[in-house]
Structures are given as C-alpha cells and as structure tokens.
Design a binder for this molecule. Structure first.
Ligand code: DSN
Length: 430
C-alpha cells in the first residue's frame, strides 16, 4: 500500500507540473493564495463545529468561532449586505439551501435553459429535480447573450413563478435583474442570484450588484473569479428575519451537518485578500477576457457577443463547429497545453454535441498575464486550429509563454509559486 500512496502523490505532482506549463483557461477555476492554502491543511480539517459561533454542538470551538465570525464580517463588508452564511460546502449545496428555504416541491421557479448557459442546478437531473420544483424558462437573446426582457416579462406575468433564479455557467454579460425586479414584485416572486462565476467581479465592483438590484438572496461557490477555496456561500440583503432564519436553517441542518472548517478559514483569508486586491484583479480579469475575445475574432474565430465587445466578464464563448466541434477542439487544445472545456451554445440541439468551447481568464490573470499575453494565447490557438501547427510544438510555445507566469499575484505573499506541490511529510513511505 505504501507504493500506492507514492503513486497517488506522484500523480498529483505530475498534475501540478503539467498545469505549471499549461495555459489554464477553464472559466470556473482559479488558484489559492499561499495563506489560504496553508489553512486547508491545518488542524481545522480534523474538527467538528455544527451550528453558529457561540451556539455549537461541540466543545473546543473557540478559535473556530473567532474565524467564522471574521469570515461572516468580511463577507458582509465585501458584498455590502446584512446576511451571510459560510456553511454551505459548495455552490451547488448553497443552491440546494436556497431551494429548501424558498420553494416547496411543485413550485414554479424561473431560470435560463442549459443551452443558454444555465448551471446544472436548474436541470431536472440537478437541484431543481431533487427539490421537485418545475422550471419556467426565460426567453433568451442569443445576440446579446442575456435574458430577453420584454418576452420574459410576458412569461413571468403569465406563469407567475414563486422564485426567479438569475445565474449562469456561461456568464458573459450581466443579467437584467433590475429591469425585471418590478415584474417580480408584481407577480410575487423572489429574486435569487447564483453568482458562482462572477462572485469576484461583483465583489471587485466590476459587474452588476444583484443584492442591490432586487435579489433577496445570492448563492455562490467561492473559487472561480473569487480566488478562494472550493466552498459555498449564501448572502442576503433583507431585513426580513423570517427569511434569514429560513436560509440559515436550510444551510444547517438542512443541507450540511458539519461545515468544512479548514476551507471556511481559507475563505476568510481569501475574502480579506479580495478586499485588498479584488478591484484591481477583477478589472484585469475582464480586460484580459475582452482582449482574448478580440484577438481570437481577428484570427477568424467565431466569438459570440461581437457587438457587445465579446464579454463583460471573465468568460468567452467560441463557436467552433468549423474547427471540428466543441469536444474535438477542447481535446486538441489540451494536447497543446491549453486547457479549456467544451460547452453547449444557444442553438445547439444535442447536449452530446456541444458546438462551442468556453474560455476564462481568472487563472491566467492570477499569475500576472495581461492583454499582451492574451494576444499570444490567441496566436497559439490560431497556430493549432487554423494553421496546422503540431500540438507538441504549440505545447512547447505555451510552456515558454507560461514560464514567465508561475507566481501568484493579487494576494499577500505575492510571487509565491502558484503550482508548487507542498511536500509536508519530509520522508517517503517505506
Ligand atoms: N460546472 C462548473 C462550471 O464549470 O461552470 C460550475 O459548477
């Protein structure tokens, strides 16, 4: 078994080395800061602390209480809101908590379609299905890659859902929360925003601000444009104590028993770092995404959202049907050291044949790349997909580009190695 342990460690070392050489463009991924990473392997990993600070079911939680109180205060400060709960252990778990608190089985809940970019939480095989709520789909404007407001108002007035979810996994442009808020009020629906992808942009003040535009609750994961640990969060801006009570009790004991204390501590550090560096980071993430979109468009890639500057976020959607389709293109890119994912795009008819790829700039920005490097990334993609350059050769070019960008930025202890494998044990198993 000692050999197996060594094999697992070796695979993770090779994984780290691979990403160090690669251009990671997965829109939902990011890198943890050194201080946040340190806390993930702290003793908190071994402990239990059900409940809230000061109201625990276990002893030994004084320092956990201190950390969680700080984490809650930081979250409320960063998002200028009155309610936070940092117990959901992931974004999907946070979504389950909202559905548990604000909907009953059989209720109608507004959302976008998967092909228009919605997260699987809204699918019948995801959280919506598990909670037994029925989706009401908004109308979509494929040119502007956002919800079609006039047609959606008609749908909402006719169907009168109880809850309306605004959130996407292919999140290019802000959603019209403010524009639809009076309709939501008229039909008696509550607004809910899934900010997983754009949390760090919202916190940096560079995207919309849904809790001040009409949504009563925001759910999110905390490791995409907010470069925190894999974790979840609930935020609210309501003075309604009944609502916050329902959300808190949905978080615990509804969808978690123990929350993950080590990642909650890492989240506290990430929130503090975002208060210090988040605005500059969010600006550069968006500037890089726009630059990559423009550079790809100049090289004949079919980048969606052309009339609106391709994106207002960290993400881009590229239709690659002429290059071989989403699946083949994502595979070829990975072989050339450029990591992205296939993605369904509006108009795709089969979920098994996505017509596009999704690209994101959170990670390349985190290691210090700027607009200049985005042009080089577009050149590498052009070399591979339009000019017939061999994948090994493009991978070598990608590694050369990346070699200047392997230290973390926008955090304390900036410059620390971003992809290092931390060998904590000091001696190999016998
Ligand atoms: N599936 C993730 C994404 O890549 O967008 C979100 O959970």
């Amino acid at each position: 078994m000692a050999q197996t342990v060594e094999r697992v460690r070796d695979a993770v070392r090779r994984h780290s080395a691979r990403f160090e050489r690669a251009i990671p463009l997965i829109a939902s991924e990011n890198l943890l800061s050194p201080y946040a990473k340190e806390l993930l392997v702290s003793d908190l990993h071994s402990r239990y602390a059900e409940g809230l600070p000061g109201e625990r079911y276990y002893e030994g939680n004084e320092q956990v209480d201190e950390v969680e109180t700080l984490c809650l205060d930081l979250a409320k400060r960063l998002f200028r809101c009155s309610f936070a709960d940092v117990r959901p252990i992931s974004g999907t778990v946070a979504n389950f908590a909202v559905l548990k608190a604000l909907a009953e089985p059989g209720d109608l809940v507004g959302t976008c379609r998967l092909a228009d970019g919605a997260h699987i939480s809204s699918a019948s095989f995801g959280a919506f299905g598990v909670r037994g709520v029925k989706p009401v789909y908004y109308a979509w404007d494929p040119e502007r890659m956002t919800i079609d407001v006039p047609r959606t108002k008609e749908i909402l007035r006719e169907v009168r859902p109880k809850l309306c979810l605004f959130g996407l996994s292919l999140f290019l442009f802000p959603l019209p929360v403010q524009e639809l808020s009076s309709t939501l009020e008229d039909v008696g629906a509550r607004g809910w925003y899934d900010a997983a992808h754009v949390l760090g942009l919202i916190a940096g003040g560079e995207f919309q601000d849904p809790l001040h535009e009409g949504c009563v609750v925001l759910s999110a994961s905390t490791h995409k444009t907010l470069p925190g640990p894999q974790h979840g969060i609930l935020l609210g801006n309501t003075e309604d104590p009944e609502l916050t009570k329902r959300l808190a009790s949905a978080a615990f004991p509804g969808v978690t028993s123990n929350h993950h204390l080590h990642s909650m501590a890492a989240l506290a550090v990430s929130l503090a770092e975002h208060l210090a560096f988040g605005r500059a980071y969010a600006r550069q993430v968006i500037a890089n995404a726009k630059a990559l979109g423009a550079a790809l468009h100049e090289r004949s890639f079919d980048v969606l959202g052309e009339k609106l500057g391709f994106t207002a976020s960290h993400a881009l959607a590229v239709r690659v049907t002429t290059e071989g389709g989403g699946e083949e293109v994502a595979r070829r890119l990975a072989a050339a050291g450029i990591i992205a994912n296939k993605n369904l795009l509006p108009g795709d008819t089969s979920p098994k044949r996505p017509g596009g790829i999704r690209l994101g700039t959170p990670e390349v920005t985190r290691v210090g790349m700027t607009e200049k490097e985005m042009v080089r990334v577009a050149e590498l993609m052009d070399d591979l997909l339009h000019r017939g350059k061999r994948p090994e050769s493009v991978a070598a070019d990608a590694a050369t580009l990346k070699s200047g960008f392997t230290g973390l930025r926008y955090c304390f202890a900036a410059g620390e190695a971003a992809y290092r494998y931390y060998d904590l044990v000091g001696h190999p198993p016998p």
